[in-house]
Design a binder for this molecule. Structure first.
Ligand code: CP
Length: 358
């Protein structure tokens, strides 16, 4: 049963579905759990005996390790259900007998025995159809009686954006009048979803920051996301701008977040039943990528940001492509603070949604 407040709710399109005040609460809870952890205070009473099921359809280092460590630190257990070793959850029309199991059945099974289900799915397992993975996670949520947590889909990465907002709050004390730049950056891999850039324009816009979105032509985001960013900016007194110049965007920034993603036109489209109506041409993206190898975060561009400004990246970063070693290993880089804050963000989400006692 999913209720108002935090208890029992899902965390899927969290930048859209949770209010700014709820984000503030989660940020504060994350920081409190971080403080308790640093003081070696017991937290095992918070989710004592609760079970988290995780399901990773894609690779992961940070998300996997911090959800596993986090639930254990809160007194619960973690069971990793490896798709392929379980019957792979599938939507109607995408099933293979005795290899897959319909999502409605998997979700009802798991919510009889566990206390939350966390899922990562994008790209190949979702056939590179934009929105397919997001819809699959929502189908889980529809049939689950326990919270479903999006650990990155093809639209959003809201556990990352919460950790990043915790990091911004730690570094600057707040959000107002701070310029946050989400920028495209070049990578040798074209197979990267929109999840991080979409979450990392929405979350800072929701928190009232002055958000600048920089990308070369062809790398625009979902227009619905951009529309929401503008609405958030109006509601909070922040601002939202788009540019095709990385240099212009970086000028006087407090935060720069240069990160690669694929180009929208090359993702497959689907009909109302989820069937492909256009084949993806992900390799065709390479030509567009190779025109933009100069979109790298280097020391020269970092000179444009404020001296107190910071470099952020969700990791893994493609060194020498997205960013130079000098920048990512330099004094303005906070990438390992962000990675550490994944732990505290995930613990805050689990504690609040799974009925923890703080
Ligand atoms: N940033 C992030 O989600 O890292 P992983 O892919 O390692 O989980």
């Amino acid at each position: 049963m999913k209720t108002n407040g935090f208890l029992g709710r899902d965390w899927i399109d969290a930048e859209l579905d949770y209010t700014r005040e709820e984000w503030e609460t989660l940020i504060d809870v994350g920081l409190e759990l971080k403080r308790m952890h640093a003081m070696n205070q017991d937290q095992t009473y918070i989710l004592k005996g609760k079970t988290l099921y995780t399901m990773f359809f894609n690779q992961s280092l940070r998300t996997r390790s911090t959800f596993a460590a986090g639930i254990q630190q809160l007194g619960g257990f973690h069971v990793d259900l490896e798709p392929g070793k379980t019957y792979t959850p599938a939507r109607r029309g995408f099933e293979v007998p005795y290899k897959t199991e319909r999502i409605c059945d998997v979700a009802q099974n798991l919510s009889r025995t566990g206390d939350a289900i966390a899922i990562r799915m994008y790209g190949e397992p979702a056939q590179w159809i934009y929105g397919f993975a997001n819809a699959s996670i929502k189908e889980f949520a529809h049939y689950s009686d326990v919270p479903v947590i999006n650990m990155e889909c093809d639209k959003f990465h809201p556990t990352q954006s919460l950790a990043d907002m915790i990091t911004v709050k730690e570094k600057f004390g707040g959000f107002k009048k701070r310029k946050f730049v989400m920028s495209w950056a070049y990578s040798g891999s074209t197979h990267k979803p929109y999840a991080v850039p979409q979450s990392l324009v929405l979350a800072p816009a929701k928190m009232g920051m002055d958000v600048v979105f920089a990308r070369p032509k062809g790398f625009e985001l979902d227009p619905e996301v951009i529309k929401k960013c503008k609405e958030f900016a109006t509601a909070t007194g922040g601002s939202f701008e788009e540019t095709d110049s990385m240099e212009d965007a970086f000028k006087d920034a407090d935060v720069v977040y240069p990160k690669c993603w694929g180009a929208g036109d090359y993702f497959a489209k689907a009909d109302a039943n989820g069937k492909k109506i256009k084949d993806e041409d992900l390799d065709g993206m390479k030509v567009l990528f190779d025109k933009n190898t100069h979109w790298i975060c280097d020391a020269k561009k970092m000179k444009l940001i404020k001296p107190s400004g910071i470099y952020m990246h969700c990791l893994p970063a493609d060194r020498d492509m997205e960013v130079t070693d000098e920048v990512i290993d330099g004094p303005q880089s906070v990438v390992f603070d962000e990675a550490e804050n994944r732990l505290h963000a995930h613990k805050a989400i689990m504690a609040m949604l799974m009925g923890g006692r703080l």
